[in-house]
Ligand binder design. Structure first.
Ligand SMILES: Nc1ncnc2c1ncn2[C@@H]1O[C@H](COP(=O)(O)OP(=O)(O)OP(=O)(O)O)[C@@H](O)[C@H]1O
Length: 312
């Protein structure tokens, strides 16, 4: 086993009768990284995650978690990770504190240890004030934080988060991102499935894009964006009489430029250093700029490009 890997997925395949839900997928996840599994509905993310977390048997292929084969050594593999998401099974009718106590005891902690861990987790996840409310009175964000707290009782080195922020309001989502970043800072490895491209962009060190059960691309958010599209420069001049001259300057430096109205020029570019040259030339010709912006390619561009119907 390679010591640098938290997870190794090799030729993983899942067939449901004639339907191939996951088709020969291989990737490795490094220790300490946040790895995002991204794909449209029905792409095979959940099926992949369920095989990785011992909940579903693969038709063929292998997964190892810190060297433990999930099929052959499932208890050892299971002891290495925490799982949170749609499978979390907190009891709705009792309080957060009681849930944490019960799960701590189920995980083998003594009564005193369970009590201490429960207080630590309630504090860590800002649930101390609501600790004795029943879960059915919890907001979506509180519920999600409790789910995550439960999966962290045993301080696992690897955490699987299945769509951690689906259905949360923007503020609670940002809080969840902070919590995830904190876990990473403390050394956890995180595997995350998400339907939110901005979430993958914010959190993931690397992203695997899955479509129709196949791995279509893997890389850092930046490298995926680079492969798909260039940045765009948008520049407006104060005096419309100077727009043609300004367009010529932009064309000289960026090869192509388009006039989109009487004062605005749009040009694709990939070298930020050219921007200074353009501004210096404009100033030398006494052309004033009234607006300037650079649009970076977004992960949406990548996603649409990779999973567009024409792609398949
Ligand atoms: N138990 C099952 N029996 C038959 N087909 C299944 C089963 N589970 C999943 N599938 C099919 O396998 C494919 C992949 O499903 P999966 O749930 O893994 O996708 P997903 O990427 O997680 O989608 P979503 O974002 O909607 O959860 C889908 O076509 C789905 O209908």
């Amino acid at each position: 086993m390679n010591q640098d890997y938290a997870v190794q997925v090799t030729h993983l395949t899942k067939k449901f009768k004639d339907k191939v839900a996951v088709d020969d997928v291989s990737f490795n996840i490094y220790r300490g990284e946040v790895f995002g599994l991204l794909g449209p509905n029905g792409a095979g993310k959940t099926t992949t995650l369920r095989m990785m977390t011992t909940l579903l048997k693969a038709t063929s292929g292998h997964v190892t978690i810190f060297g433990h084969d999930v099929a052959k050594e499932s208890s050892a593999a299971r002891a290495m990770f925490g799982l949170t998401g749609q499978y979390a099974s907190v009891d709705e009718d009792i309080s957060a504190r009681e849930n944490l106590m019960i799960f701590s005891r189920l995980n083998g902690l003594s009564r005193a240890e369970a009590k201490q861990r429960t207080t630590e987790l309630l504090t860590e996840f800002s649930l101390l004030e609501s600790a004795d409310k029943t879960i059915s009175d919890f907001s979506g964000g509180m519920r999600r934080r409790l789910d995550l707290a439960v999966s962290l009782i045993t301080r696992p080195a690897l955490i699987f988060l299945d769509e951690p922020t689906t259905g949360l309001d923007p503020r609670t989502r940002t809080q969840m991102w902070e919590t995830i970043r904190k876990l990473v800072a403390e050394g956890s490895t995180i595997v995350l499935t998400t339907q939110y491209l901005d979430e993958a962009d914010e959190l993931a060190d690397r992203i695997a894009v899955i479509d129709h059960g196949k791995l279509v691309k893997i890389g850092t958010p930046a490298s995926l964006k680079e492969q798909v599209s260039q940045s765009k420069l948008s520049l407006s001049v104060a005096d419309s009489n100077q727009v043609t001259e300004a367009k010529d300057i932009v064309t000289t430096h960026l090869k192509s430029a388009t006039l989109i109205d009487q004062t605005t020029i749009l040009a694709p570019f990939d070298d930020s250093n050219r921007l200074t040259d353009i501004l210096m030339d404009l100033r030398a010709k006494q052309i004033s700029v009234s607006h300037l912006s650079v649009q970076e390619p977004t992960l949406d561009d990548v996603f649409l490009n990779l999973t567009a119907p024409t792609h398949n």
